[in-house]
Ligand binder design. Structure first.
Ligand code: NAG
Ligand code: NAG
Ligand code: NAG
Ligand code: NAG
Length: 635
């Protein structure tokens, strides 16, 4: 029988003394997840090595460690009648008059927690702990401020009265902001063992319970016409953490019937809905299933994932245009400047992970995760910004660009103190949890889901695994094992693999089934120094816009390629002769091709920042075969 989380925690404590893991003060959850058969590692067990991923993380860490926390506290303190210490105010979505100011701070709490959990970083820890102490002072001043017990936010509690009686007309989404604060406090509690965060969390959650417990079912359903983030998700997480089943009932008050019922029936009624308002509800549904065992919730989450991935997503993995779902399969009609709001992809990746742990034989989940993380979210960050600034949308119009564009649409980069968009908040989390979905386990099997240089300390087995790779600039990844033990290694063979994955153990070819769309499995007694090398042959392929086979993007392995147009503007979708695509100068991911208007260089879309690009083409002809095998890159 698989050991309980508590037994595992005990094992962790004993074994961590023989490995060099980061500080480990994780508060273990009290409740089991129903239906789960594979598990993430603790954040402290996986470390990124040098790569684009780590560069992204380092830039975001700079921002986390440089941001002025007094400024970030301003709206909470001003709202709770506590001195603002003469701090400057913020602009953008945290300005003192912005309706849902204080939505952002929870993202900082979560990102500081990830930073600490992963790296044992004392700066991130002290910032989070100070921030939480100051938030607690705000919450403790509620009587003076005229608020109910436990309330905590940057805007008056009266906004909730207006929300409840449906007269809130200022664009505020008050539960959206409260969700972020709850999630941040929960992370500081569970990743740092901080009891002040626990107390502030449970007080705020109890306020939610009181506030919503007074309403009828119909009043709750009506209130949920206003965006409310992942309230069902975070309250389910509080159940998971505390084991107190009363929270499951509170979470279920946020079951949005108008959205859940069609999904339970697998009926696609997403057209016209605000996309990022929905995805967090689906993550919540997955967690409500894991808490309650009610399979309707699982159906809702799984159906929503399939619908969105197969019928509402662009080839880079993002969805939505102008923040909204459009008709099913209508990708070709919505290639505009304001496609792919980044939050939606952040949330879809969270949903993907929730679903995969219940169904770990299915590789399509991490095929989607890989394509979206690589092509959309890694490229969302500006490599020229040492504070990891990002774009809100990722334009897919002909000649679009990241970093140049109108207002906060198109491609404008975020700033330190004048944006605070939702997508800037979720990017803080994305870029501080890049290590959380590379490896998973079920006690006996080690799953490798993503390819990036990293080190896994599998303390429960007394084993360390080092992954080295230039992926996706190379199609080879190697894994060196330190320590010894009996276990199975299961490596995802992506659906895009050309032919079959090839594997060598200690330099000798192994005959193992490497069929694309399966896990390549090797079970044995491993010894220190054993090296597994896999090759995932890539080829050129096109991904057609769902209902227009003449319009397509070009990919090499997992990588979306784009035309690099510099400052040239495009008036219409360029044509591309597929049979002219050739590798440029031997560089793995750089190609040239002929368009209707001269030749163009094609490079990885995730590296296209600050210049005009093209992703979808009017395609002609058939692809030439460009083999992946690049002997110079093989070990
Ligand atoms: C608290 O509220 C009172 C009454 O509005 C106001 O006079 C006082 O300046 C406030 N104090 C702080 C620290 O905000
Ligand atoms: C809604 O609630 C607010 C705040 O309590 C109140 O001022 C307002 O009169 C209410 N409106 C309606 C239509 O009930
Ligand atoms: C399961 O959840 C659905 C969706 O909220 C609900 O309609 C149904 O009554 C629940 N079933 C049980 C047995 O609780
Ligand atoms: C794609 O779907 C949309 C929405 O259903 C429709 O308006 C459009 O005409 C379709 N395009 C093609 C090429 O079929």
């Amino acid at each position: 029988m698989f050991p309980s989380p508590r037994v595992l925690a005990l094992g962790l404590a004993v074994l961590s003394s023989i490995t060099s893991g980061a500080a480990q003060i994780v508060v273990q959850p009290e409740a089991f997840d129903i239906g789960v058969s594979s598990y993430a590692f603790d954040l402290s067990q996986v470390t990124l090595s040098d790569s684009r991923w780590k560069d992204n993380q380092d830039r975001t860490l700079n921002y986390l460690k440089n941001v002025d926390v007094e400024r970030m506290l301003y709206v909470f303190r001003a709202n709770h009648n506590v001195s603002t210490n003469g701090a400057e105010t913020n602009g953008g979505w945290d300005a003192p008059d912005f309706p849902f100011r204080s939505h952002f701070q929870g993202h900082f709490l979560t990102a500081w927690s990830y930073c600490y959990a992963q790296l044992g970083d004392s700066d991130c820890k002290s910032r989070a702990q100070y921030f939480v102490e100051e938030l607690k002072k705000c919450q403790d001043n509620n009587e003076v401020a005229g608020y109910s017990d436990g309330y905590l936010s940057g805007f008056p509690e009266s906004e909730f009265s207006l929300l409840e009686n449906r007269t809130l007309g200022n664009g505020n989404v008050p539960y959206y902001a409260v969700h972020k604060t709850l999630a941040g406090l929960l992370d500081v509690w569970r990743h740092m063992g901080d009891n002040t965060a626990r107390d502030a969390l449970l007080a705020l959650a109890s306020w939610v319970d009181w506030r919503t417990g007074r309403l009828t079912y119909a009043e709750m359903q009506s209130l949920m016409e206003t965006e409310f983030g992942g309230m069902n998700e975070v309250i389910s997480d509080i159940y998971h953490q505390t084991g107190d089943e009363a929270w499951l009932e509170v979470a279920s008050r946020f079951d949005h019937k108008a959205v859940f019922d069609p999904l339970a029936e697998n009926s696609d009624e997403l057209n016209g809905l605000h996309a990022n308002t929905q995805v967090p509800k689906w993550i919540g549904a997955a967690k409500e299933y894991k808490g309650s065992g009610n399979t309707t919730y699982k159906d809702i989450a799984a159906n929503a994932w399939l619908m969105t991935v197969n019928h509402h997503s662009y080839s880079i993995g993002g969805n939505s245009q102008s923040e909204h779902f459009r008709p099913s399969d209508a990708i070709a009609d919505y290639l505009l400047e304001d496609t792919c709001e980044a939050c939606n992809t952040y949330n879809m990746l969270k949903l993907t992970r929730e679903l995969w742990v219940m169904d770990p034989e299915d590789t399509t989940y991490f095929d989607f995760y890989e394509r979206s993380l690589l092509n959309h979210l890694l490229g969302q960050q500006n490599p020229d910004s040492d504070h990891g600034h990002i774009t809100y949308f990722t334009p897919l119009n002909a000649g679009g660009s990241r970093g140049v564009g109108p207002a906060w649409g198109g491609g404008t980069w975020s700033t330190d103190y004048d944006s605070f968009w939702c997508c800037q908040g979720t990017a803080l989390e994305t870029n501080t949890k890049l290590m959380d979905s590379i490896y998973f386990h079920d006690g006996d099997t080690l799953y490798v889901n993503l390819f990036t240089p990293s080190v896994l300390d599998w303390v429960q087995k007394g084993v360390r695994l080092t992954q080295s790779t230039d992926f996706p600039q190379s199609d080879v990844a190697s894994f060196v094992i330190e320590g010894s033990g009996n276990f199975e290694v299961a490596i995802r063979v992506p659906g895009w693999v050309d032919g079959e994955a090839e594997v060598e153990v200690n330099g000798e070819g192994e005959s193992v089934d490497g069929t694309p769309g399966s896990y390549l499995k090797m079970s044995r007694s491993w010894s220190s120094g054993d090296e597994v090398t896999v090759r995932l042959p890539m080829n050129l392929h096109v991904v057609e816009a769902n209902n227009d086979s003449d319009l397509a993007s070009v990919h090499y392995g997992p990588v979306t390629l784009c035309g690099m147009y510099g400052d040239e503007t495009l008036d219409s979708t360029p044509s591309l002769s597929l049979d002219t695509i050739a590798r440029s100068g031997g560089e793995f991911l750089v190609f040239t091709a002929e368009t209707g208007d001269g030749s163009v260089t094609l490079g990885p879309f995730y590296e296209a920042q600050g210049y005009n690009y093209n992703v979808y083409w009017a395609v002609e002809g058939d692809l030439a075969s460009i083999p992946s095998s690049d002997e110079r890159r093989r070990r």
